[in-house]
Design a binder for this molecule. Structure first.
Ligand code: AMP
Length: 249
C-alpha cells in the first residue's frame, strides 16, 4: 500500500480542479465508509490506518477547513473565512457551507479506491443530504463505524494530542515529549481547537448534533460499533476483523 501512502488527496483538500498526485488502485467493491465517534476518540488516526490497509482515501472535512485556513486571506471565500471562525471556537460550521464543500467534491465519492469519511456527516441534516446524494449518484455506503470510549478518556486524549506541522501526523504528548515528529522531524503543535475552552464546546456540539447519527445509521442497518481502547493498531485490527466479518461485506 506504499503507493497509496503518497497520495496527497489534492482533489479533496483543494477542490475538484486539483488532481491527486497518485491515483488510487481501483477495486471491484471499494470500501465506502463513514467514521463516527466523539472528537478525540481517534477517528483521524484510524482513518489513516484504514487507508493504509484498505486503500480507501481518507476524506476529512476538518482537514479541508484547516487547509483553507492556511491559505492567504485573499484566496479564501467569505464562507470559508466564516467557517474558520466557527472552527476556532470549536463550534460546528453551518450545514450549508459544509454540504456545498462536500457536494462539489462528488468526484471523491466516486473514487475507484473508495473513501473513508472522517468528521462528516456531523448532523442529521448532513447525513440526510449525503444519503440522498449517494442514492442519486448510485453509490452506497458499506458501513458506518462508530468508535466508542468513555468521556474521561476522550478528554485526556484530546488535551494531549499534538499534530506535526509538516506531515500532519498525529501523536500524544505522553509518547512524544520532545515535541518533534519521528516521521519527518517537524515540530508538533496543539490544534487551536484542542484547547480546553474549545474542547468543551466541541463535546457539547457532539452530544447535541452528532450523537443522534448513531440511531440514524443503526436504523439503516449500517452501524458497526467498535470499542476504541488499546493501541491504534489494535483498534484498526478490531475494525477490519468486524468489517470483513459482517454479512454485507
Ligand atoms: P475535525 O478535524 O473533524 O475535528 O473538525 C474540526 C472542526 O471543523 C470542527 O470542530 C468544526 O468546527 C469543523 N467541521 C469539520 N467537519 C464538520 C462538519 N461535518 N460539520 C460542521 N463542522 C465541521
Amino acid at each position: 500500500m506504499n503507493q497509496q501512502e503518497k497520495n496527497d488527496r489534492a482533489s479533496w483538500l483543494q477542490g475538484p480542479s486539483a488532481q491527486c498526485s497518485v491515483l488510487p488502485v481501483e477495486t471491484q467493491s471499494p470500501w465506502r465508509l463513514v467514521l463516527l465517534g466523539a472528537p478525540g476518540v481517534g477517528k483521524g488516526t484510524q482513518a489513516d490506518l484504514l487507508h493504509q490497509r484498505l486503500g480507501a482515501c481518507h476524506l476529512s472535512t476538518g482537514d479541508v477547513f484547516r487547509a483553507a485556513g492556511s491559505r492567504s486571506e485573499c484566496d479564501q471565500t467569505p464562507a470559508m473565512k466564516a467557517a474558520m471562525d466557527y472552527m476556532r471556537r470549536g463550534a460546528l460550521v453551518p450545514d450549508s457551507t459544509v454540504w456545498e464543500m462536500v457536494r462539489e467534491r462528488t468526484g471523491c465519492l466516486h473514487c475507484g479506491g473508495g473513501f473513508i469519511l472522517d468528521g462528516f456527516p456531523r448532523t442529521l441534516a448532513q447525513a440526510e443530504a449525503l444519503k440522498l446524494h449517494m442514492e442519486n449518484e448510485k453509490i452506497s455506503l458499506r458501513a458506518v463505524v462508530n468508535y466508542e470510549l468513555p468521556l474521561s478518556e476522550i478528554v485526556a486524549r484530546l488535551s494531549g494530542r499534538r499534530t506535526c506541522e509538516k506531515c500532519k501526523a498525529v501523536f500524544h504528548v505522553s509518547t512524544h515529549p520532545s515535541g518533534l515528529c519521528d516521521r519527518c522531524g517537524g515540530r508538533l503543535n496543539q490544534r487551536e481547537d484542542d484547547r480546553p475552552e474549545s474542547v468543551t464546546v466541541r463535546m457539547e456540539a457532539y452530544e447535541r448534533s452528532t450523537a443522534p447519527l448513531i440511531q440514524f445509521y443503526k436504523a439503516l442497518g449500517l452501524l458497526v460499533p467498535i470499542t476504541a481502547d488499546g493501541s491504534p493498531d489494535e483498534i484498526c485490527d478490531r475494525t477490519i476483523t468486524v468489517l470483513k466479518g459482517s454479512p454485507s461485506n
